[in-house]
Design a protein around this ligand. Structure first.
Ligand code: ZN
Length: 302
């Protein structure tokens, strides 16, 4: 080779390096765009969701794609299970009677009641009416920290003592009244009941005269269950959906009578939280006792 061409060698080496680098860059761009296409596919990003069970699906379109069962193309991607196990959900339905300092076991002091309501408020509880809780139980969709506050019998202390505290906390309640009691000594009047109802309190039936329903004749049973509903509906101009067994007494036939009368739920005095597995016409409650402390109250509703 002639000496004058020797200077071409370094030039050829540099040219080779430039071509080789350009080819690598093209490969990298190809790889990058392939990766971007892969990552944009919904079936490949579903597995990154932290809680697929509770999360709302962003759009009907993406829901369709997920429900169509598109199998992820990469072996390491695991789709969420089609039918996640059903969790048992529960809600404490609190039961009160009288608020004040009376001698009987039906009383919870005003001081304790206020402390209990403030505990619920400061701990982030959402208070719902019995009808709202019934819908949550029926649909098995109960958010955490939901509770119901119920009062049996319709004592006047609900209006005089409990209602101002409930208003302080902006809590609704459910009051089960006997349709023959309004105006009797120590009981709510119809005017009280109407004021409570218009203030967001749900009124339910606690029968007409408060007998143990498992001891009365079929005719009397109808009057207690159907008759009380009609009286309350006529007095308040609203539908009465919720029932409460007087003395907590029932037998195997009575829940069907309550349902046939048009009620959507019934509560007992069985002591535990209600769950989405419970019969809606035999819902248990958490009774609040005179001797309850804030820690026993908190423990019972946990
Ligand atoms: Zn009662």
């Amino acid at each position: 080779m002639k000496k004058k061409y020797l200077y071409l060698f370094p030039l050829l080496i540099i040219l080779g390096m430039v071509i080789s680098f350009s080819l690598s860059l093209a490969d990298f761009k190809d790889f990058k765009s392939t990766l971007e296409v892969f990552m944009s596919r919904p079936e490949n990003i579903v597995h990154n969701r932290k809680s697929p069970v509770n999360e709302t699906i962003a759009s009907p379109e993406s829901a369709t794609r997920i429900d169509n069962g598109v199998t992820p193309t990469v072996g390491t991607v695991t789709p969420p299970p089609a039918n996640p196990p059903v969790k048992t959900l529960s809600v404490p339905i609190l039961m009160y009677h009288e608020i004040g300092d009376g001698p009987s076991s039906l009383y919870v002091s005003e001081k304790n009641f206020r402390a209990q309501m403030h505990y619920l408020r400061s701990n982030g509880y959402k208070i719902v009416t019995m009808t709202q809780a019934r819908e949550m139980l029926a649909n098995k969709q109960i958010p955490p920290k939901v509770a119901v506050i119920t009062f049996d019998d319709g004592y006047v202390s609900i209006y005089n003592r409990a209602w101002p505290i409930l208003e302080e906390c902006a809590f609704p309640a459910t009051v089960y009244v006997c349709s023959s009691f309004p105006g009797l000594y120590n009981y709510l009047t119809w005017d009280h009941i109407k004021i409570l109802h218009s203030g967001g309190v749900e009124i339910g039936s606690h029968s007409h005269t408060h007998p143990a329903l498992n001891t009365v004749s079929p005719t009397a049973l109808a009057q207690e269950v159907v008759g009380s509903k009609q009286i309350l509906e006529q007095k308040l101009g609203t539908k009465i959906d919720s029932f409460c067994y007087p003395c907590g007494a029932y037998n195997e036939n009575i829940p069907a009578v309550i349902k046939k009368a048009g009620y959507t739920s019934a509560v007992t005095v069985n002591f535990r939280k209600a769950t989405s597995q419970d019969d809606l016409y035999l819902l248990p409650r958490i009774r609040v006792f005179k001797a309850d402390t804030i820690s026993s109250f908190a423990k019972n509703i946990q």
